[in-house]
Write a protein that binds this ligand. Structure first.
Ligand code: NAP
Length: 350
């Protein structure tokens, strides 16, 4: 089996390398990035080729390709990989809302990756854990309106912004400490360290950013509820990894806390935290349980009158569950994974 990773030197590509060794330990690897280079990973050194070499007439074919590149490069290379015979899982935004391309969350709608499918889109890093939490509720109680507020880690922006954030945090807090300044006046209000920043890139006429529109539109497509009433506001917070989402849920049918907890705890790839206080449910806790959505803080919305309105929290490692792990699980529908945690469950009847 020959597997290629485009973007092998990036944050998501690096997680893919780790997971592929667990899922398909004997696979032959072909790694690509912007240019020829060597990559040190997990004690090994890998040769990485320029992705542009895939455009040559003699580029080799293979079985499975993970594409972890920015949108414009995905658009450039995914069609070529399909032409070369690969089954492709793309992690960018490029194909997610294309009606011809399945948008898949393993554990929710992986039946959409069939033996005939050649290209699958991997959803946004906040959408994957959110839909894993919503699907068991949809199946048991039906979904009314959903409201989400997200607190997203800096690694969601890629390797270069993460490195810059760590450097600026060290430098900024050292400067504060040296000057005896505690309120953050010496930090830059436009930068991430010590700050909360609206995730407002590509805000359109609706007033919502592309990150907010992704969460809304992708959730509707994955849950197959095109009319789902869902709205989101997204921020970046100064943590390295782990996206955190506070969610207000309206169910179609009223239920009590025990029934809802039971549904959530039975969800594939969900680690349910019982209790309303959210003990252990932090952004950084996700980095210690990287392949699950952490779900908890379940409590009745104070405005509820009939058991239909609830609040809960969903958190997940954006690089693993939110990106690489989901991609590997989707691929396991075609190529069964050696590690059962990276395989797909049988889907329950809705
Ligand atoms: N970070 C997350 O939490 C997350 C979650 C879900 C989805 N995603 C999506 O996954 C994709 C990758 O994200 P990331 O965070 O891993 O980004 P990243 O850390 O910035 O890595 C980007 C990768 O793209 C490569 N690249 C840059 N220019 C290229 C070119 N001209 N041709 C070929 N390769 C090129 C880089 O190679 P060089 O090292 O050679 O520059 C690097 O391997 C993006 O579409 C992102 O939106 C990210």
């Amino acid at each position: 089996m020959r597997i290629c990773i485009l973007g092998a030197t990036g944050l998501v590509g690096s997680e893919l390398l780790t997971l592929i060794a667990r899922a398909w330990p004997t696979a032959e690897l072909a790694l690509y990035a912007s240019r020829d280079q060597t990559l040190a990973h997990g004690g090994d050194t890998h040769e990485v080729q320029a992705a542009s070499s895939l455009e040559r007439g003699d580029a080799p074919g293979g079985d499975l390709a993970f594409v972890a590149l920015d949108d414009q490069y995905s658009a450039r290379y995914c069609p070529r990989l399909v032409e070369l015979g690969y089954r492709v899982i793309d992690k960018s935004n490029t194909y997610r809302m294309n009606p011809e391309v399945p948008l898949v969350v393993a554990g929710v709608n992986h039946h959409r990756a069939t033996s005939a499918t050649k290209l699958v889109a991997n959803p946004n890093c906040t959408t994957i854990p959110l839909t894993l939490a919503l699907e068991p509720l949809r199946a048991r109680f039906g979904l009314g309106e959903i409201t989400v507020s997200s607190y997203q880690a800096i690694s969601g922006a890629g390797l270069a912004p993460l490195s810059r954030f760590v450097d600026m945090t060290v430098e900024g807090f050292t400067r504060m400490q040296t000057a005896g300044e505690l309120w953050g006046e010496l930090l830059d209000p436009a930068e991430y360290p010590g700050n909360v920043v609206p995730h407002s890139g590509k805000t359109d006429d609706s007033g919502f950013s592309s990150e907010e529109r992704k969460l809304v539109n992708e959730s509707r497509k994955i849950l197959e509820l095109p009319e789902l009433g869902i709205s989101a506001q997204c921020c970046r917070v100064p943590v390295p990894a782990g996206h955190y989402e506070n969610v207000w849920i309206e169910l179609e049918r009223g239920a009590d806390a025990e029934e809802i907890s039971e549904a959530l705890a039975s969800g594939p790839f969900v680690h349910y935290h019982p209790g309303a206080d959210g003990a252990g449910l932090t952004a950084l806790a996700t980095v210690h349980r990287r392949d699950h959505a952490l779900v908890g803080r379940l409590r009745k919305d104070n405005r509820d009158t009939d058991g239909r309105r609830w609040c809960l929290t969903v958190a997940a490692d954006n690089l693993r569950l939110g990106a690489a792990t989901n991609a590997v699980r989707i691929a396991s529908a075609w190529f069964p994974a050696s590690d059962p945690l990276l395989g797909i469950p049988s889907l329950r009847q809705a």
